[in-house]
Design a protein around this ligand. Structure first.
Ligand SMILES: N[C@@H](CCC(=O)N[C@@H](CS)C(=O)NCC(=O)O)C(=O)O
Length: 215
């Protein structure tokens, strides 16, 4: 059986887990904390999670994993069958993962982990986010889903990462850049929360945080 390696606080781990759960693909979860240990790098060359363990070997990068799952389980139609719609779903995931999340990730050290981020980084990220959020707003439909009226694989990415953009900017700049741009991400998250797969991802994340606090 496929093994999903990582931990329940990781948004990219949760993106893949959401897809697996949503489509009823059997998998086992293996708790792996990112590190630069040789034993870890043998599985995931940058020491990041998630990575997948299959009978054929290891695979890292959440989007490559989702693409692999889509190819391995074509009957699940993880991406829309229509090539144009599927391409637009990939475009949306790229905006969420790369243009929004990867940019705001530069703030996490201070926003979530008690560290410090330089003013230069804050200034650079602020400019980039203004540009990237404006671009995202042009394509995100919130109808109520990111790509329109139907839930799509892009919502697995949106669900796990949009809250991080809102929360991190609120902590660092004192204002939620998504809300400021008129992106009501909390309503969006509530919509996705109705799905059992999303509920499981969130329950597991909360349980992980609670276990960390009590240890
Ligand atoms: N592009 C990667 C990003 C994965 C990633 O950044 N994972 C984080 C946890 S959410 C991690 O392992 N961080 C540890 C590190 O960067 O060393 C993906 O989509 O899987």
């Amino acid at each position: 059986m496929i093994k999903l390696c990582g931990f329940a606080l990781s948004n990219y781990y949760n993106k893949v887990k959401f897809v697996l759960l949503e489509h009823g693909i059997p998998f086992e979860e293996v708790l792996v904390i990112p590190s630069q240990e040789e034993a870890m790098l043998e599985h995931s060359p940058l020491g990041k999670v998630p990575y997948l363990q299959t009978a054929e070997g290891d695979l890292c990068e959440s989007q490559c994993i989702v693409e692999y799952l889509a190819a391995r389980y074509p009957e699940k139609t993880i991406f829309s069958a229509d090539p144009w719609k599927a391409a637009k779903e990939r475009e949306m995931i790229m905006f969420v993962d790369v243009h929004l999340e990867l940019t705001v990730r530069n703030l996490y050290k201070e926003a979530f982990f008690g560290g410090k981020v330089t003013d230069a980084t804050k200034g650079r990220v602020e400019k980039l986010l203004a540009h990237h959020i404006a671009g995202f707003k042009r394509i995100a439909k919130f109808g109520p889903y990111l790509c329109g009226e139907r839930f799509s694989v892009a919502d697995a990415a949106g669900y796990v990462s949009l809250p991080l953009v809102g929360l991190a900017t609120q902590v660092i700049y004192g204002r939620d850049f998504l809300l400021d741009a008129g992106i009501e991400w909390k309503n969006y998250v509530k919509t996705i929360d109705q799905r059992p797969a999303a509920q499981r991802v969130t329950e597991d994340r909360k349980a992980y945080i609670a276990a960390q606090r009590s240890s």
